[in-house]
Design a binder for this molecule. Sequence first.
Ligand code: NAD
Length: 418
Amino acid sequence: MTLYTGPVFDMARQQFHLIADHLAIAADERDRILYPKRAIVVSCPIHRDDGRTEVFQGYRVQHHLTMGPTKGGTRFAASLDVGEVAALAVWMSWKCALAGLPYGGAKGGVAVDPYSLSRRELEAVSRRYMQEMIPFVGPHIDVMAPDMGTNEQVMAWFMDTYSMYQGRTVTEIVTGKPVASGGTEGRREATGRGVIHLAERALDTLGIPIAGATAIVQGFGNVGAVAAQTAVERGMKVLGVSDHTACYFDRNGLDVAALQRHVATHGVLRGYSTELVFDPAELLLQPCDVLVPAALEQVITGPVAARLQCRVLAEGANGPTTPDADLVLAQRPEIFVIPDILCNAGGVIVSYFEWVQDLQQFFWAEAEVRARLNQILDRSFTQVMDRVRRDGISTRMAAMAIGVAKVRDAKATRGLFP
Ligand code: NAD
């Protein structure tokens, strides 16, 4: 299997083999569980605003079809490659299985810097990508959602492109849409809210009061900004935030609502303040109760892990912590790690609710969405903690072991096809 390469896929592979060893999965069963069912690569030509034609490469990786359709986000990022997309698809599988959702994992995206596109160009890339994917997706085959670099508007363009091809409105083809276009209440906030809900469970376990607890958030997009806002709503103090343009820190607590207003107007954090500017490399290392990486993969390496000063590491991003860092964290039991496939599962859980509502054309109130979200997160948290106590393993091992075992068992009972 030479297609799936690169540091992010290597990380997913390494993690899987640790779990497979723990679960005593036979050597000849492993490739079948780890490697994706299929990978699709497409060319997306668009007209740029200056009249040139430019082609961007798009990907979609569908990991397994054993438990239902595949489900996963769409990432627009300049450096995207098939190895990274495959790793994210694999993690989605373990995440959906842990949460008890009837999906295999998928992920996709386009190798483009979304910040370099005008709105018209972004629409052109979005529509062309979905157009190319039409033969390979469907409400019962593969259902897309947002991820880094995409948002509700991009999902609306995806849904519209697919729907126009079908000749009717098919809202259930993507999740994370605007409520006005068949989305659900509470989806945009789901991931960030879930991160803080679970951080509270962890603080509770450590006996740290939530009111007055401090937080630092890396990444101020869909996940990070909502996590920061929810932390403030819950009585916590947000000391630091960053995005790809700026980093701010204030020991007395930042004004998160003002930061959000700035981003709503300017698109990025840059330009918010000159006095609060901070070194982004130092941000993760500051003392705080809850540290939320909510941007890129592999930011917490071994050396970073050794210098962390948080009590709870709440992984809003996918894959922020490297296997080397996990070895360091194993020697630092004072840090409570909420692993990504548990911590950021709020997004796919409410995406599942959106899909169910679209299929039934029966919509729920936001209070119901939030209550059911917390119910599933609490169940998953309890299952993971029970497993940690039973097997004496880390929270990441426990979460992944539950997810991988469910996929393995489903494959064992169904046979070789899916
Ligand atoms: P987004 O595009 O809305 O936001 C990403 C943020 O990260 C932006 O503020 C961007 O400026 C920032 N960023 C980029 N490079 C950075 C850097 N070097 N340093 C600091 N900040 C940087 O994306 P998102 O949807 O919030 O996703 C963030 C992470 O959460 C990703 O790992 C994604 O896979 C994961 N995730 C997202 C969802 C979801 O529902 N959107 C669900 C689960 C997991």
